[in-house]
Each structure stands twice: as structure tokens, then as C-alpha cells.
Design a protein around this ligand. Structure first.
Ligand code: NDP
Length: 264
């Protein structure tokens, strides 16, 4: 008998989550494993990533493994995705989630700050998306799905100061760039039946936002119509939906999850 309700079942699927060991990515890895997927976690250097992957696998009775790989290194990403495809695959989906920020007044930003942000948030996403798409095109796999973690700051200049304007100039512009990159990939890869979408969170309680001063966090939360930052797990259902066949006619779309901030 068919199950009642809205069930997303990833049994038999293998999903790569970049930055899947902590924050928003960790919540996505947990939810994917709970839905039956085999999960490959890409991380940059966190010491506990291997144990976290083992725990996610054990808790959900699925295979889950961590792979150390800097997403800004194109050749390493291609090599690592092939390794994942051989060990846990065939890979069927990708969450390109890893991202970084530099918070400084625009007048103090440097070329190094620009490179730090754009090589992860834009080039790193492209490297991962292309490596996944290449696996699917080479194997003639139909139905690959890519979800990119962009941000509501692809649309607005979100303030991270109190009293005087302070933005994250390179972060905001990298998210606008990656949302546009997502649309281009969606248009180009539809011919291979590869869908590409983005989830665009507002403020989420992770290491990225815990580094903000408390007064700034409280002020920013007070500007959100729902009155608080999101929990990481509140970004997972949208990602799973976009990865799943329920979203088979969705591509090139941004799915905003911001507690009402963009409408106020
Ligand atoms: P965290 O800072 O908590 O975690 C970042 C993750 O990305 C870590 O797993 C880290 O690995 C990984 N990572 C960073 N750089 C690289 C790299 N070069 N190669 C591989 N992995 C890398 O981030 P969040 O969970 O807060 O953010 C996740 C995504 O969501 C980002 O794209 C962010 O921009 C976006 N976002 C976040 C919001 C928020 O309020 N937190 C709001 C809107 C969007 P390691 O642990 O090994 O360092």
C-alpha cells in the first residue's frame, strides 16, 4: 500500500554534500541520510569530519563517508568526485553548499579577501557542479540534480552592523554571482536532463553567524519578521525537495527561506 503523506525517499541514491560536516551542510547530510541516501561529505580541514560522517552513517544505517577536498582546486574536485562515484556511487545528486565570508568595511577589503570568497563561493561551486555533471554526461545518467546553497543576499545587501552601514561586500556579490551561475548551468544542462537550483537562506545559526557580535546578532534577528535566525535543519526540507523527483519540472530557480525578511 502506498504510504500516506508526503514522503521523500532517497533509498538507492548517492548525494555529495560540500561543507556537509557542519552548519547548514551538516543538517542536509543528516536529513539525506535519514531519507536513506548514501552521503559523501566534502570538507576542507575540520578534524572531526571523519567521525561526524561515521556517526551520521551509523545513526541512519546508511553509508556516509567524509572526503577532504578543497572545492577551489578544480583537479582535486574532479578526482575526488570520481573516487566517490567508485566507492559510494553512482552519484545521483550534489549539494554545493561550502561557502565562506569575510566581514570588513569595503574600504579595507583586499585582493586576498576577494580571492578567498570568490574561489570558494563561485569557483568552488562551479568546480563541484561541473565534476558532477561530467560524471552524469559520461555515464549517460538521466535525472541528476544539483542544489546550490546561495543566500538571500543574492537579492539584497544585508547589513551586518548596528548603527552604521556594514555589508559583506564580496560575500553578497559572490552570492549574486553564484545564483546567476546556477541559472546559466540550468539552461545549459537541461539538454542532459540535469536540473540546477539554489536554496537561498536568510540568517542561520551556524559558525558563520556565531562570529557576529551578540548585539549585532540580536539586532539582525529583530529585523526578521519571524523574529529569529533559522536553525540549520530548517534549510534541509527545501534542499531535499529540489533534489528529489517531486521537483522534476523545477530548474534554474531560487528557493528563498528567510523568515519573511525579503518581504518586509
Ligand atoms: P559554516 O561556516 O558553518 O561551514 C562551512 C562549511 O564549508 C564547512 O563544512 C567547511 O569545511 C566547508 N568549506 C569551507 N571552505 C571550503 C573549501 N574551500 N573546500 C571545501 N569545503 C569548504 O557555514 P554555514 O553552514 O553557515 O554556511 C553554509 C552555506 O550556506 C554557505 O555557502 C553560506 O554562504 C550559506 N549561507 C549561510 C547563511 C548563514 O546565516 N549561516 C545564510 C545564507 C547562506 P571545514 O569544516 O572543513 O572547514
Amino acid at each position: 500500500m502506498a504510504a500516506r503523506g508526503f514522503v521523500i525517499d532517497f533509498t538507492g541514491k548517492c548525494i555529495i554534500v560540500t561543507g556537509g560536516n557542519r552548519g547548514i551542510g551538516r543538517a542536509m547530510s543528516d536529513s539525506l541520510a535519514a531519507a536513506g541516501a548514501r552521503v559523501a561529505i566534502i570538507y576542507r580541514g575540520s578534524k572531526d569530519a571523519v567521525e561526524i560522517a561515521e556517526k551520521i552513517g551509523k545513526d541512519n544505517n546508511v553509508r556516509c563517508k567524509a572526503y577532504k577536498c578543497d572545492v577551489s582546486d578544480s583537479d582535486l574536485v574532479t578526482k575526488t568526485f570520481k573516487e566517490i562515484n567508485d566507492e559510494l556511487g553512482p552519484v545521483t545528486g550534489l549539494v554545493a553548499n561550502a561557502g565562506v565570508s569575510v566581514v570588513k568595511p569595503a574600504l579595507e577589503m583586499t585582493k586576498d579577501d576577494f580571492e578567498k570568497v570568490f574561489t570558494v563561493n563561485v569557483l568552488g561551486v562551479f568546480n563541484a557542479a561541473r565534476a558532477a555533471a561530467k560524471l552524469w554526461v559520461d555515464s549517460k545518467y538521466q535525472g541528476g540534480s544539483i542544489v546550490i546553497t546561495s543566500s538571500m543576499s543574492s537579492q539584497i545587501i544585508n547589513q551586518v552592523g548596528v548603527g552604521k552601514p556594514l555589508t559583506q561586500i564580496f560575500y553578497n556579490s559572490s552570492k549574486a554571482a553564484v545564483s546567476n551561475l546556477m541559472k546559466g548551468l540550468a539552461a545549459e544542462w537541461a539538454q542532459h536532463n540535469i536540473r540546477v537550483n539554489a536554496v537561498c537562506p536568510g540568517y542561520v545559526e551556524t559558525d558563520q553567524t556565531s562570529s557576529m557580535e551578540e548585539s549585532i546578532r540580536n539586532y539582525q534577528a529583530s529585523q526578521v519578521p519571524l523574529g529569529r535566525f533559522a536553525k540549520p535543519h530548517e534549510m534541509a526540507p527545501q534542499t531535499l525537495l529540489l533534489l528529489s523527483d517531486y521537483a522534476s519540472y523545477m530548474t534554474g530557480e531560487e528557493y528563498f527561506v528567510h523568515g519573511g525578511q525579503l518581504v518586509s
